[in-house]
Design a protein around this ligand. Structure first.
Ligand SMILES: Nc1nc2c(c(=O)[nH]1)N[C@H]1C(S)=C(S)[C@@H](COP(=O)(O)OP(=O)(O)OC[C@H]3O[C@@H](n4cnc5c(=O)[nH]c(N)nc54)[C@H](O)[C@@H]3O)O[C@H]1N2
Ligand SMILES: Nc1nc2c(c(=O)[nH]1)N[C@H]1C(S)=C(S)[C@@H](COP(=O)(O)OP(=O)(O)OC[C@H]3O[C@@H](n4cnc5c(=O)[nH]c(N)nc54)[C@H](O)[C@@H]3O)O[C@H]1N2
Ligand SMILES: [Mo]
Length: 760
């Protein structure tokens, strides 16, 4: 069975280590394949050239900002995949739904469902025939309206928003839900950067990143913790490689060796493309244990405090920014006591890193004047995600690394407008000032009671307290943990409405009434009564800018998201005196309303027309701390996460290079050396050996609940001890719905205790 001499020499189908850099010719080839498969041989590739151009559309792929100074086409493999997936020539039209019953479609994979093509008509599930059937828009809206009016209480409806929606669509959507009477806004941010939105305001008074792209040009050191830009924010590699070429140390903390953080061959760089040369990115790569970040960060602070004390003793001025701490912060003494009381033994055991490694990270940190800390889902999707985000803020505050050029905190946001949707009111805990302005502008009385975030929404649906679901984009049932609970929750509903570009599994979890409303995508021309319209989005760095679709819509019957929201609102709220048609005829009117409700958008329609847009105010970037006492706060939490016990295996779930969340473009994960399959689990060879297993063995991955992923193939990989990784969403069956960060509600997708058993 196993080759005892060298277990890694064993041939495992579809698994072959990848030796190349990120980017390079492999990226260009992948784009050519995506274009051929989705758009055909005679593809109109003009769309790709419009991406992230000042007068083009915002790439739906990620929220990394566009460099303001260049107008040259910024090439990104995964952005191109996102666009070809939307601009595909394939269609799921009425014929398609006549050929395939809902029961049959439920047996398709997520890849097959979306690969079938773009939606073309509004649909309703017909229980008599078990098929989705086309219906006219009027009827679709009337059914949505009737379903909502039939509820006993508006709080029985859940209004989900995925982060693709524009500011204009999201603003109208929250207006609709609040005029209807609820603050139930589960949103994709609840599964993503909620730990940032909840944690950072307590630390620094704002729940957003504090840096801009310019800061990356001035930083002396960059830390990348728990994110995978080569796959999920590929345009960031250009920023990182520019920094690396300047000699800026890039320190990575990630349980998995990710090629996109190691080496990059820029498709924009002729010398790199035509020679064997690529840019080395990470100057040091620390394979922290899954769930070991809190221990690691405390270790860095401990090493920094020790070096500070040594420097003071030697007559130096210390390593802490004492004037900054005195003027701008509170809580340093409690933090110091906590860190001094934490032993190196615990830090080393729980982080999985040596004391030397942690001290070297602290040395780089302590020697740099301007430091940026970047982080992603590796930090947030844990039971202690919010506390860990606050540790990142502590570390930065110790040396005054917030609110000065070249320094700050940089959460890598997920969906291209997830941050903007929040800014324009998609939140279950709205502030009174905003609600008062909304009421004044529209003559409504918005509800004041807090609503549901994503986990609470699913719990309410599961328990029958929520009866209706409206989804503006996304695939909530598949994105959430615990399909046993979440699929049942959807099947329990009276009304389920999905506004989508592509048909997905959430539509197939049939409610008493199930409606699918097809919408225009980012890339497409949006004609309204007042002429062609464009929308606005906010990137990870709080830049708000315009996005203009140019392509002919996938089908004549599609409506824009704002028009669909307006259609539903008119039907559900016949007695509310809001002129929805007037608002949608010209999106400038929606933008004027946004400005009236959110003062930070002053002169919105003027400033958003400037090239590159404008930046929203981020107080902490200017050392204005919007906390109750006007100070930034050092916050103390006990170490949580990995215990470091010999027997412990924590499973993290990650995206492959060939997927966009629940959208599976294909079955390859090039940089991790996997081709044509997703049923693999990455493990450290010694963890396998300790369990009598070897590379290529088939195992069942079993969670504490007893649920399992059966028949997976283990792949020996460069991953930290005590750590496993598998692909999302397949592994979501191992995450109980009740395992989430109690502060932010973020599901613990990235530290699932499991055991491995040989498959019977
Ligand atoms: N092409 C593409 N682009 C995307 C997406 C996509 O699916 N495809 N999704 C978008 C969305 S919504 C989001 S939120 C972002 C997600 O972007 P990322 O945050 O990069 O997402 P993940 O793939 O979840 O990768 C997390 C990284 O964290 C590491 N990690 C896992 N567990 C731990 C841990 O305990 N500690 C540390 N330090 N690291 C850990 C993993 O090894 C992996 O490298 O990307 C956005 N952009
Ligand atoms: N185990 C595990 N689970 C996770 C994560 C993880 O790392 N691990 N990550 C979590 C994260 S960070 C997120 S953000 C969620 C993702 O959660 P969602 O945002 O709910 O999911 P997506 O897969 O991005 O949504 C895909 C669907 O969006 C629709 N769509 C695409 N473009 C548009 C558009 O322009 N308009 C409209 N209306 N619809 C459109 C398509 O029909 C497609 O089927 O998943 C979460 N789940
Ligand atoms: Mo996300």
């Amino acid at each position: 069975m196993t080759d005892k001499a060298d277990p890694l020499s064993r041939d495992v189908p579809g698994v072959e280590p990848y030796d190349g850099p990120a980017g390079g010719w492999g990226a260009l080839r992948a784009v050519a394949v995506a274009i051929r498969e989705q758009m055909g041989a005679s593809a109109d590739t003009r769309a790709l050239l419009q991406m992230n151009q000042p007068d083009g559309f915002d790439c739906p792929g990620c929220a990394w900002p566009d460099p303001r100074h260049t107008s040259s086409f910024e090439f990104c493999e995964n952005g191109a995949k996102a666009v070809t997936w939307e601009a595909t020539v394939k269609r799921v039209d009425p014929d398609f739904f006549a050929r395939h019953s809902a029961t049959e479609l439920l047996g398709w994979t997520d890849h097959q469902l979306e690969d079938a093509g773009r939606l073309t008509h509004p649909l309703r599930y017909d229980p008599a025939t078990d098929h989705f059937v086309p219906i006219p828009w009027d009827e679709a809206f009337a059914r949505v309206g009737a379903g909502l009016q039939a509820l006993e209480d508006p709080n029985q409806a859940e209004f989900y928003c995925s982060g693709r929606a524009s500011n204009e669509a999201a603003f109208l959507y929250q207006l609709f839900a609040r005029a209807f009477g609820t603050n139930n806004f589960p949103d994709c941010s609840n599964m993503c950067h909620e730990a940032t939105s909840v944690g950072l305001p307590q630390s620094i008074g704002v729940g957003k990143g504090t840096v801009t792209l310019d800061d990356f040009e001035q930083a002396d050191a960059i830390f990348c913790i728990g994110h995978n830009p080569g796959t999920n924010h590929p345009r960031m590699l250009t920023t990182l490689s520019n920094a690396a070429r300047r000699g800026v140390p890039i320190i990575v903390a990630n349980p998995m060796k990710e090629r996109g953080l190691e080496r990059f061959k820029s498709p924009q760089h002729p010398t790199e493309m035509l020679t064997p040369y690529s840019t080395q990115l990470a100057s040091a790569y620390h394979q922290v244990r899954v769930g070991g970040d809190m221990a690691m960060l405390k270790g860095m602070m401990k090493a920094l405090l020790e070096a500070d004390a040594a420097d003071l003793a030697a007559g130096g001025s210390g390593l802490l920014d004492r004037p900054f701490i005195a003027e701008h912060t509170t809580g340093i003494e409690a933090l110091r006591a906590d860190i001094e009381g934490t032993s190196w033994e615990e830090i080393v055991r729980r982080s999985g890193l040596t004391r030397d490694a942690i001290e070297s990270m602290a040395r780089v940190y302590g020697q740099a004047d301007r430091v940026i800390l970047c982080y992603g889902m590796g930090i947030t999707q844990h039971e202690h995600g919010t506390a860990t985000v606050q540790m990142l803020a502590n570390l930065l505050l110790l040396r005054g690394n917030i609110g000065k050029p070249g320094a700050g905190i940089c959460p890598l946001r997920g969906h291209s407008n997830v941050q903007g949707d929040r800014t324009v009111g998609i939140t279950e805990v709205p502030g009174e000032a905003m609600l008062a302005r909304l009421d004044a502008r529209f003559g409504i009385t918005a509800p004041r009671a807090h609503g549901h975030a994503a986990v609470e929404a699913l719990q309410a649906m599961r328990d029958g307290r929520a009866r209706a679901f409206i989804g503006l984009g996304g695939n909530l049932a598949v994105a959430m943990p615990d399909p046993e609970a979440s699929f049942a929750a959807f099947r329990n509903l009276d009304l389920s409405v999905s506004i989508l570009t592509k048909f997905n599994r959430t539509c197939l979890l049939l409610a008493k009434e199930t409606i699918v409303l097809p919408c225009l995508g980012r890339t497409e021309l949006d004609e309204q009564a007042g002429g062609p319209q464009w929308v606005s989005v906010e990137d990870s760095m709080s830049m708000v800018h315009a996005s203009r679709g140019k392509l002919k819509p996938a089908a004549p019957d599609l409506k824009s998201e704002p028009a669909i929201v307006a259609g539903m609102a008119k039907a559900a709220l016949p007695h509310v005196a809001i002129d929805w048609d007037w608002l949608v005829a010209d999106y400038d009117r929606i933008r004027d309303a946004i400005e009236a409700v959110f003062p930070d958008f002053r002169d919105f329609n003027v400033r958003v027309r400037q090239k590159g847009g404008f930046r929203l105010t981020v107080g902490a970037s200017d050392r204005v701390w919007n906390t109750p006492d006007g100070k930034a706060h050092f916050l103390v939490h006990p170490i949580s996460g990995a215990s470091g016990a010999e027997s412990e295996l924590l499973l993290t779930t990650v995206r492959s290079h060939d997927q966009y969340n629940t959208t599976i473009y294909g079955l390859n994960d090039r940089y991790r050396g996997v081709t044509g399959r997703r049923d693999v689990i990455f493990a450290h060879a010694e963890d396998l050996a300790a369990r009598g297993l070897a590379h290529g063995d088939r195992v069942d991955v079993v969670a504490a609940s007893g649920r399992r992923l059966a028949g997976y193939t283990v792949v020996a990989h460069a991953i930290a001890r005590g750590s496993l990784a598998a692909y999302y969403p397949e592994a979501n069956c191992l995450v109980p719905l009740d395992d989430y960060d109690r502060e932010s509600g973020t599901p613990a997708y990235k530290s699932i205790p499991v055991t491995l058993r040989p498959t019977a």
